[in-house]
Design a protein around this ligand. Structure first.
Ligand code: IVH
Length: 706
């Protein structure tokens, strides 16, 4: 019997067992080959395993999981690359989808910089290539380090692989600053991508879904020879650390990079304001299909570098640049089923299971249906033919149903009134009935799992070797129930080693990964808790405001108690609502976030888990940035009245970048009030409380901008 016939004869249970065995075996050979440079089988034997494995997955597609070897194309086995901390963080870009967003981008900048109507605002427009960003460090003109973006703060060391690219000069041409970090996009041209996929197919390897995946998979190879064999290119769009200035505008800098030996997008154009930038967008949109590489939009950047510096950053994106995306790509397919997923906060999200369809180069099988109202509004029914769309990295969505293809027996979808978990806990409707939420809280197994997955996610604990799939498997077997259990996994070392797909070495790697995360910054710790409305930016704000875990915890418990107290009780308390008021007074914390924090800290289950985590971990205080040389670090400042030399937003951003906290109203906690023209009641209150009040010029002199 040939291998194919044998697979055709397998029933599902046999296939599952064989698939799991092969997955473990292939993973073990991958480790030997990539990590230890010590293959235990010949290439032909390895290929035979892969062929059998692929043939089983082809017959039983449900067996393919995200971490099965077939999907792990390019992702290096964990711990493969050393980590590199970016000296200048690698940020991302805000998005514009419509012309109005671009006009608003210009208007926002004009307001921020207080520009006059007649002042022209030059924008450099460039194609946005859908690759992966990388940072190349040059010291004394020599290429010394290449890093991926990673989470923006810390990337992976891909120096050896980057040096195989023709577009990465080993030495800079001409004179260059002593330190120059060039940033740009690693990508694959369309023709090269198609040719690579042909070669992959001929070699029995899996094809890449799109040029971006192919580029990422090719760069993140532990074997540099593989990267060298792949047609990777690099185009420069910016810079990181720099020891001396080389230009006073973005376009000038980019031209300097060309003389240094880099490739940049030839299609770039310097535009006068949003109107010209939009012409460029339309132009390149029409030529999109004829370009040698895939683009998913264009990027506009304020050309003057002194203006870029004044505009600065908000959250993780610069105020001086924006990505203008092309409209989403669409396709039609069959809706086979609607599943309900329960998120970490208990929200029930309907997910459409689709017949696989290619949408702009990516195979889509799932799409979000958002919520019950959305299903009702679009009248989506199982069996319908639907139009799906994908916009950038956003989860695919169902746009509309194709009415004339509806089967006669399709019935309206009935949204569940109980949680799909074993407890069948009732579902409540919140936010004007839009969000359906399971009331099981920590008792609902789905919520437990989703919280665990969030906890180990990239923006949270990001534990090497502990991906969402492992968490799910451990959770199924009762090894993990809440996040604190992760830190006692070492007690189960023996039983972990006995698990399928795990060996002594991989378990010890995992335990080392966990140990390495026992010490963590307060901002990541707060974000990891997965409190509703408390994302990364808010977590960072809280960490910077409260400083240490002990102080934050105590303040949140007081705020929660004050929030819960009746008005009568609050009157009796000697410090009326002080912690609650302090929380609400943090600029950037809305009422909804303050409310969720109080709710979290009023829940005994949460407090118990928090206390377990506090015992197991060493949570590091977060220092305000640049405390060493900043006269206002750690101070709470209130701006009031009209400022002359800068807008209030700019002043606020500047103060925050110097480590100050900016509050909206004056209280006993305020250290300094900066009063502009026409300052009214806030300035009066400051005088009453004896708080130092200064004018704008004194403020500028204080921070060294005078
Ligand atoms: S500028 C401070 N320019 O798009 C961030 N990015 O969505 C500066 N990208 O992470 C980014 N082409 O990987 C910039 N011409 C271009 C780009 C570009 C592609 C990528 C880049 C970035 C992502 C943000």
């Amino acid at each position: 019997m040939s291998a194919r016939d044998d697979i055709a004869a397998l029933d599902e249970a046999e296939a599952r067992a064989d698939h799991a065995r092969l997955a473990a075996e292939i993973a073990a050979h991958d480790r030997l080959y990539y990590q230890q440079d010590a293959p235990a089988v010949s290439d032909a034997e390895y290929d035979a395993l892969r062929h059998r494995f692929d043939a089983i997955e082809a017959r039983f597609p449900d067996l393919a999981t995200d971490d099965s070897p077939s999907r792990r194309v390019g992702t290096a086995p964990s711990g493969g690359f050393a980590k590199i901390v970016h000296r200048v963080p690698m940020l991302s870009l805000g998005n514009a989808f419509a012309s109005d967003d671009v006009a608003e981008f210009e208007a926002r900048i004009r307001r921020f910089l207080n520009l006059k109507t007649e002042d022209s605002l030059d924008l450099l427009a460039e194609p946005k290539i859908d690759g992966l960003s990388a940072s190349l460090r040059y010291e004394d003109g020599r290429f010394v380090q290449g890093a991926t973006r990673g989470d923006g703060a810390e990337g992976e060391d891909v120096t050896a692989n980057m040096s195989t690219l023709d577009d990465v000069p080993a030495r800079l041409h001409g004179k260059a600053p002593a330190v120059l970090e060039v940033r740009g996009e690693v990508y694959m041209a369309k023709a090269d991508f198609l040719a690579l996929n042909e070669r992959q197919a001929a070699a029995g390897e899996r094809a890449f879904a799109n040029p971006r995946n192919a580029a990422a998979g090719s760069l993140r190879q532990l074997d540099t020879a593989i990267t060298r064999s792949r047609p990777l290119r690099f185009f420069a769009w910016g810079w990181g650390e720099l020891s001396a200035s080389v230009a006073d505008c973005q376009s000038g800098f980019i031209e300097r990079l060309v003389t240094c030996g880099f490739k940049v997008a030839a299609e770039r154009r310097l535009c006068r304001g949003a109107a010209e930038a939009l012409d460029y967008y339309r132009d390149i949109g029409l030529r999109r299909g004829t370009l040698a590489y895939d683009i998913d939009g264009v990027v506009y950047k304020v050309d003057r570098l002194d203006w870029q510096a004044r505009l600065g950053f908000v959250s993780r994106a610069p105020r001086w640049a924006i990505a203008h995306k092309f409209p989403a790509e669409q396709a039609t397919t069959l809706l086979r089923a609607i599943d309900i997923q329960v998120g970490r906060t208990g929200a029930l999200t309907p997910v459409a299971r689709l017949a696989p369809v290619n949408v702009g180069g990516v195979v889509v099988q799932n799409a979000t249906l958002h919520n019950a109202n959305e299903i009702a509004r679009k009248d989506v029914r199982i069996g319908d033919t639907v139009t799906v769309q994908r916009a950038g990295d956003v989860i695919p969505q169902i746009v509309v149903i194709v009415a004339d293809k509806r089967p006669a027996d399709a019935v309206p979808y009935v949204f569940p009134t109980v949680c799909p978990c074993d407890l069948h806990t009732p579902v409540v409707r919140e936010y004007e009935a839009v969000v359906a939420r399971c009331t099981g809280e920590m008792a609902c197994p789905y919520q437990q799992l989703a919280r665990l997955e969030h906890f180990v996610g990239r923006d949270a604990f990001d534990i090497d070797g502990l991906g969402a799939k492992h968490v799910e498997a451990f959770w199924r077997d009762g090894l993990l129930r809440d996040p604190a259990d992760i830190f006692t996994l070492a007690d189960h070392r023996a039983s972990l080693i006995g698990r399928e797909g795990w060996g002594e070495q991989s378990v010890d790697n995992l335990l080392r990964g966990i140990e390495a995360r026992r010490s963590i910054g307060l901002d990541r710790f707060i974000a990891a808790l997965g409190i509703r409305n408390i994302g990364q930016a808010t977590a960072r704000l809280l960490a910077r405001t409260y400083g240490s875990l002990a102080y934050w915890h105590a303040a949140m418990r007081r705020a929660a108690a004050e929030r819960a107290a009746s008005p009568e009780e609050m009157k009796k308390a000697d410090k009326v609502g002080e912690a609650w008021a302090e929380l609400c007074n943090i600029d950037g914390i809305g009422f909804a976030a303050a409310d969720e924090l109080s709710a979290f800290f009023s829940e005994p289950h949460n407090l118990a888990i928090l206390e377990k985590l506090e015992t197991a971990l060493d949570v590091q205080p977060v220092a305000a940035p640049r405390t060493a040389d900043s006269p206002v670090a750690g101070k709470t400042i209130v701006f009031t009245g009209t400022l002359d030399k800068m807008t209030r937003n700019e002043a606020k951003a500047r103060a925050e970048s110097l480590g100050a906290k900016v509050a909206g109203s004056v209280s006993a906690k305020t250290d300094l009030v900066v009063a502009g023209q026409g300052a009214g009641s806030k300035a009066a209150k400051a005088t009453e409380l004896g708080i130092e009040t200064i004018d704008e010029d004194t403020w500028l002199a204080l921070i060294g901008d005078g």
